[in-house]
Write a protein that binds this ligand. Structure first.
Ligand code: DGP
Length: 139
């Protein structure tokens, strides 16, 4: 399937819809997931167009992974988490629902299971407060 620029993350990248952004570089934007699977669930999204890992330019991936690492370290600190899960879905059969490449970074706590993928919408006030914590941990 070709890349479709009407996807929701492309709209966020173009500034057409809002997000709780925590970091932006020339290459990457990082914002809170509106349907978090855990407190502090954050998304790392390259600016260049790729549907998912399968069609991504390796040069884009090379710049992306250090940001994923930095965000994983930041969310672990921001939420005093015990661990961090990083995951990434490809195509509907692989669990993907938004067709612009992204990595999920989710703080994890001993004994606390993940909430469902693309489940309930979080309260915007909670997302804003969590974004503040991540932003501070990134600086
Ligand atoms: P997936 O494509 O299945 O890897 O997951 C997409 C994720 O994006 C899912 O966790 C829910 C989240 N999401 C869906 N719509 C929006 C949105 O408009 N804004 C934000 N910040 N996250 C979204």
């Amino acid at each position: 399937m070709p890349y479709d620029s009407t996807n929701i993350f492309a709209k966020i990248l173009r500034g057409e819809i809002p997000s709780h952004k925590v970091l932006e570089t020339d290459d990457v934007i990082v914002f809170m997931d509106v349907m978090p699977q855990g407190t502090g669930h954050t998304l790392v999204v390259p600016k260049s167009a790729a549907r998912n890992l399968l069609d991504a330019d390796p040069a884009v991936l090379a710049k992306l992974l250090p940001v994923v690492q930095r965000v994983a370290q930041a969310v672990k600190q921001a939420f005093a988490a015990d661990g961090v899960s990083v995951f990434q879905y490809n195509e509907p059969a692989g669990g993907q629902s938004v067709f612009h490449l992204h990595f999920h970074v989710v703080p994890r706590f001993e004994g606390v299971p993940l909430r469902p993928h693309s489940g309930a919408m979080e309260d915007p006030a909670v997302l804003a407060a969590n974004a503040d914590l991540v932003r501070r941990a990134l600086t």
